[in-house]
Design a protein around this ligand. Structure first.
Ligand SMILES: [Cu+2]
Length: 318
């Protein structure tokens, strides 16, 4: 079992282990009895007939009806109680929106800040409202023992209260498409007081940083899963050295990766597809503010300045 880090986790584990132990007990009992009966009542001589007289045994039948009945009613009762608890967040919970889309999770905080990491304060009920932009995703935090589908066209809710500060993992448990399993998100449970501090800083990274530095942060968080900054190809092309260099598109034409092209790639990823890559990039329309897009462009530009510098040094040596 992963670490149990929410108020519901001990209950969920208890129900799980109860069902597990009961199943294990009956599995063993049935297999052993079966093996014993096969041996005990085997045909010993050719043409031997069984006794064939027994019709029923009331005490035995009552026992094997009553015992499982009590057990399954207990399972239903404790499972249903946990389910009702999970479906009904306490009043005054912190509200965070969760959006699933191919292939990442994003979280919208009460102040409007959007992030790909889920940050929450410890010992505080948090209510998640799940939605999806495209297909069904399934939001799962093993350490909190919560899982709920994000379905296009409707809102689903779930809640939890984290009991231990630390870092955990959220995943997508909808394994029917190619890359749901890549939809990992960091979950950070903060010590008392530090969540507010994190949120204020995350919501306004421009206060203390240059444009390119903000761009670097944004790229690491929002694009890093698909784009590298070191020249290696990933799901998408690298950002290193592309600025104001020409790009070959799927239809064979070429464009120069200038500010407008990069901006368009972020807002309308399907408008121009780079040759050799699948058109799987999600749009960031409505998710990145203009200022953030400018910051990303500044960062991509800075990466290209770095990339061309060694080349011009070589040039002077020759
Ligand atoms: Cu998914």
């Amino acid at each position: 079992m992963p670490p149990a880090a929410s108020t519901i986790a001990p209950h969920t584990d208890a129900v799980f282990y109860f069902i597990y132990t009961v199943s294990l007990f009956f599995f063993t009992l049935i297999v052993l009895l079966m093996a014993y009966f096969v041996f005990r009542y085997r045909r010993r001589v050719e043409g031997e007939r069984g006794p064939g007289r027994t019709t029923h045994h009331t005490a035995l039948e009552l026992t094997w009806t009553a015992v499982p009945l009590v057990l399954v009613v207990l399972m239903f009762y404790s499972g249903f109680r946990g389910f009702m608890n999970l479906m009904n967040p306490p009043a005054g919970a912190l509200d965070i929106r969760v959006l699933g889309q191919k292939w990442l999770w994003s979280f919208t905080y009460p102040n409007g800040h959007v992030d790909t990491e889920l940050h929450v304060p410890v010992d505080t009920p948090v209510r998640l409202t799940l939605e999806s932009n495209d297909v069904i995703h399934s939001f799962f935090i093993p350490a909190f023992r919560i899982k709920r589908d994000a379905v296009p066209g409707r809102y689903n809710r779930i809640w939890f209260q984290a009991t231990r500060p630390g870092e955990y993992l959220a995943l997508c448990a909808e394994y029917c498409g190619t890359q749901h399993s890549d939809m990992l998100a960091r979950v950070v449970v903060h010590e008392p007081g530090l969540y507010e501090k994190w949120l204020a800083e995350a919501a306004d990274p421009f206060r203390t940083r240059s444009l390119a530095e903000v761009g670097q942060l944004l790229v690491a968080k929002r694009c890093g899963g698909c784009h590298s900054v070191d020249g290696s190809a990933n799901i998408g092309p690298t950002f290193k050295g592309i600025y104001e260099h020409s790009v070959t598109l799927a239809d064979g034409s070429t464009v120069v990766a200038d500010d407008n092209y990069i901006r368009e790639s972020i807002l309308e990823p399907r408008a121009k597809i780079v040759r050799g890559y699948e058109p799987v990039m999600p749009t960031f329309k409505g998710q990145l503010k203009d200022r953030e897009i400018t910051a990303i462009i500044e960062y991509i530009k800075a990466l290209s300045d770095e990339a061309t510098k060694p080349r011009s040094d070589e040039g002077t040596e020759q």
